[in-house]
Design a protein around this ligand. Structure first.
Ligand SMILES: Nc1nc2c(ncn2[C@@H]2O[C@H](COP(=O)(O)OP(=O)(O)O)[C@@H](O)[C@H]2O)c(=O)[nH]1
Ligand SMILES: [Mg+2]
Length: 202
């Protein structure tokens, strides 16, 4: 007897995690993937700089709000925070880093003003890549991480940055240490992926 094998295609939504070094990009990807906050032992760990680029696939089905369909997976593109490196994925591996992007997470850290300022460069780089090729503007999500630490910047400034650019479609405050804001982010991402199931990718 022959067994029928049904093959389901998994939809992959590509998300770039952008922002300065040490704001918590790699930690955030791990927290999104494994679904828990950092434990105390991790907080004391030596900082491991992402040298170039890391890819992480996260199945969305386990996230709350993903609905009954098959929401597929998110491919997180986690790049080095230092744009000035002689070899940087955004310039030297552009197709992997930037092609077919659905969303860009712009991560900055509550305790680091410069990391908020640096996001302008990341946005410009991403936008110019798309302008050259498709005339399409990717969508950005602004994310203040390390909210367990006292913020050094004014909320009004963040609000100003956010409202000045319509391509920034959402804003989240998270802490990978306490887990604050993580479920809000995953619910939003899952919803967005299932809504866009019918239409184009995110
Ligand atoms: N207090 C605090 N520390 C964090 C948080 N997220 C990440 N970290 C720490 O910040 C450092 C840099 O994190 P990492 O994810 O490597 O940053 P990346 O360079 O942006 O990828 C590490 O020591 C993390 O343990 C957070 O929400 N709160
Ligand atoms: Mg990193």
């Amino acid at each position: 007897m022959m067994t029928m094998v049904t093959r389901e295609r998994t939809r992959v939504t590509k998300v770039l995690v952008a922002g300065s070094g040490a704001v918590g990009k790699t930690t955030l990807v791990k927290v999104l993937k494994f679904g828990q906050g950092m434990d105390e032992s991790q907080t004391d760990q030596k900082y491991n700089r992402t040298p170039f680029l890391e890819l992480e696939t996260i199945p969305v089905a386990k996230w709350e709000g993903s609905g009954s369909g098959s929401p597929g997976s998110i491919l997180m593109v986690d790049v080095a925070g230092q744009l000035a490196l002689p070899l940087h994925a955004l310039r030297d591996l552009t197709s992997i880093a930037l092609d077919h992007l659905s969303l860009v997470l712009l991560v900055f850290s509550a305790d680091n003003m410069q990391s908020l300022i640096d996001l302008k460069d990341w946005m410009e780089l991403v936008k110019s890549h798309f302008k050259d090729r498709t005339n399409e503007t990717p969508q950005f999500v602004l994310l203040m991480n390390k909210c367990d630490l006292p913020p050094v910047m004014d909320r009004a400034l963040i609000e100003h940055i956010r409202s000045a650019d319509p391509s920034i479609i959402a804003y989240f405050e998270t802490s990978c240490k306490t887990g604050m804001g993580i479920s809000e982010l995953t619910v939003w991402l899952a919803k967005r992926m299932s809504v866009n199931d019918q239409g184009r990718n995110i």
